[in-house]
Ligand binder design. Structure first.
Ligand code: A4P
Ligand code: MG
Length: 158
C-alpha cells in the first residue's frame, strides 16, 4: 500500500550517453511527469559532459531536475528504475554507457543509508556534471555546494 506522505522536494540527476540522448531524456521526463504523486518543478539546461569513470565511452548529456513528490525514497527509486527499464537500459558494467540514468541526489533533508539506496547520492559533491545544473536551478544552494566540495577535496588529500 502506498504510504501517506507529505510532499517533499527532491533533486534528480539525469544522464544519457547512448542512442538519441536528447530523446531519451525528454521521454524520461515525460514518464516522470505522468507518474502519480510526482510533479516536476524545475528543469536545468542540458549540458554535454566528458564521461567520468568507467570504460572509454562517448560524451554524456546531463541535466538536473527538481520535483515534488509524495513517494517515499524507496518508492521513488522503483519509479526511476522502471523508467530506466522502459527506456531500454541494460546494466552491463558499473559506470558503463547507458540510454538513461536517473539518480536520486537529494530527498528533502533526509539521509538514507540502505543497501540499495544512499541519499544524498554518495558521489554528487565531486561531480561538476551534477553540481553545475543543480546550481543553475537552485542558486540558494551555492554555499552548501562549496562546503561539501571542500570537504570532499580535503578527504581526497588526506
Ligand atoms: N543506488 C544507491 N543509491 C542510489 C541513488 N541515490 N539513486 C543504487 C539511484 N540509485 C541508487 O545504479 C546501481 C545501484 O545504485 C542501483 O541498483 C540502486 O539500487 P545503476 O544506475 O544501476 O548503475 P550505475 O549508474 O552504473 O551505478 P551508479 O553507482 O548509479 O553510477 P553513478 O554514480 O550514477 O555514475 N559521467 C558523466 N559525464 N555523466 C554521467 O551522468 N554517470 C555515471 C554513473 C558515470 N560517469 C558519468 C555519468
Ligand atoms: Mg545510477
Amino acid at each position: 500500500m502506498r504510504s501517506c506522505l507529505k510532499e517533499v522536494e527532491v533533486f534528480i540527476g539525469v544522464g544519457s550517453n547512448l542512442g538519441d540522448r536528447e530523446k531519451n531524456i525528454t521521454q524520461a521526463l515525460k514518464f516522470l511527469q505522468d507518474t502519480p504523486g510526482v510533479t516536476i518543478e524545475k528543469v536545468s539546461s542540458v549540458i554535454e559532459t566528458e564521461p567520468q569513470g568507467g570504460p572509454p565511452q562517448s560524451k554524456y548529456l546531463n541535466r538536473v531536475i527538481k520535483i515534488k513528490t509524495t513517494c517515499s525514497p524507496q518508492e521513488l527509486l522503483r519509479v526511476l528504475q522502471n523508467i530506466e527499464n522502459r527506456l531500454g537500459r541494460v546494466r552491463k558494467e558499473r559506470f558503463g554507457p547507458r540510454t538513461i540514468d536517473l539518480d536520486i541526489l537529494l530527498y528533502g533533508e533526509r539521509t538514507v543509508n540502505e543497501p540499495n539506496l544512499k541519499i544524498p547520492h554518495p558521489r554528487m559533491w565531486e561531480r561538476d556534471f551534477v553540481l553545475t545544473p543543480l546550481l543553475e536551478i537552485e542558486p540558494g544552494m551555492r554555499s552548501k555546494i562549496e562546503e561539501k566540495k571542500q570537504l570532499t577535496k580535503r578527504r581526497e588529500n588526506d
